[in-house]
Design a protein around this ligand. Structure first.
Ligand SMILES: Cc1cccc(C(=O)O)c1OC(=O)C1CC1
Ligand SMILES: [Zn+2]
Length: 313
């Protein structure tokens, strides 16, 4: 029988009410949106680690409702802000799996789909519960279909930072915290902080905190050469470009989120390459800001000052 689009309602993990397009296929309602690109589909992995393809009625499953609606919101952000049609700009079908593995404290993009763990319920809530998490994962897809930054050492830290930056452009909060909704208990109130990276305890680093300056970068092999550790250095720069501030004695006059997202999107899609390092990130952002706002613009000045403030020349 014909499948038809319906408007459905459901509650997320924290009973956040969501409204979304759903599909009625072969007698079953499913989280299947055929109105965006080549589609947006959400599956229940039933705590297996294989990606099942069953679309079942999941409006009562908070993780599924969140993963699905957050993928829609992120799709809409890229289309509206940059006229980008999904991760590949060709309508790439966005597939998400929830309840992956058991008590999995992770979320991922594997080149084909997003996956979310349920969290252990002690330190973490369900990893599908944060819009910033979904936007982070989906942006890994955007990066893969643009600069395709190698996921290790400095290029990997930039890969991670792109995901954090756009996560916060989609899911805006004044302190630019990453994954704050996931934390149930533990020393940190978020996975990362872009406004003040050094507030986050990280026992992998020499100082014990996330780095907020290139001189404090993690040099080691953990975390694929520190991709989630050193991303904080570029995150801080992006925060300073947007909101401004004085950091290690260097003052940046912020230019706002809208200019900042345009600068980073242009840098990511036009200037960064798979082996770009932090210094090349500085050059790419300056070039992007020059293209968009002019060589003597306040935006170019903010980029120069921000990268100087985090020790990247
Ligand atoms: C929780 C987690 C663990 C390992 C990798 C990632 C990853 O996607 O890089 C990950 O997800 C995040 O960092 C998102 C922002 C919360
Ligand atoms: Zn990531």
């Amino acid at each position: 029988n014909a499948s038809d689009e319906v408007i459905a309602f459901g509650n997320g993990v924290f009973n956040d009410k969501q409204m979304f397009e759903a599909q009625f296929i072969d007698g079953v309602y499913g989280l299947n949106d055929t109105t965006r690109g080549k589609g947006i589909v959400t599956n229940d992995a039933k705590n297996a680690n294989k990606m099942v393809t069953s679309i079942s009625k999941m409006f009562t499953d908070g993780a599924a409702v969140n993963a699905h609606t957050f993928a829609q919101k992120t799709y809409d952000y890229y289309l509206k802000t940059f006229d980008r049609n999904s991760v590949d700009d060709k309508g790439f079908k966005l597939v998400s799996a929830v309840h992956v593995n058991n008590n999995w404290n992770n979320a991922s993009w594997n080149g084909r789909q997003m996956s979310y763990g349920d969290g252990d319920g002690v330190n973490y809530y369900n990893f599908a519960s944060g819009l910033d998490v979904a936007a982070h994962e989906l942006t890994h897809g955007v990066t893969e279909h643009s600069a395709n930054l190698i996921y290790s050492y400095e290029s990997g830290a930039l890969n991670e930072s792109m995901s954090d930056i756009f996560a916060k452009m989609v899911d805006r909060d004044p302190e630019w915290l990453i994954g704050e909704k996931l934390i149930k208990s533990g020393p940190n109130r978020a996975l990362r902080s872009m406004s003040n990276p050094a507030e986050i305890i990280d026992t992998r680093t020499e100082s014990g905190y996330s780095p907020d300056h290139w001189s404090k970068r993690y040099i080691g092999t953990l975390d694929s050469g520190g991709v989630h550790i050193n991303s904080s250095i570029n995150n801080k720069a992006a925060y300073l470009i947007s909101d401004g501030g004085t950091h290690y004695g260097v003052t940046v006059t912020g230019v706002g989120r809208d200019a900042t997202e345009q600068i980073y999107y242009r840098a990511l899609t036009k200037y960064l390459t798979k082996s770009s390092n932090f210094s090349m990130m500085r050059s790419a952002a300056i070039q992007a800001a020059t293209d968009l706002y002019g060589a003597s613009s306040k935006e170019v000045k903010a980029v120069q000052q921000a990268y100087t403030a985090v020790g990247v020349l």
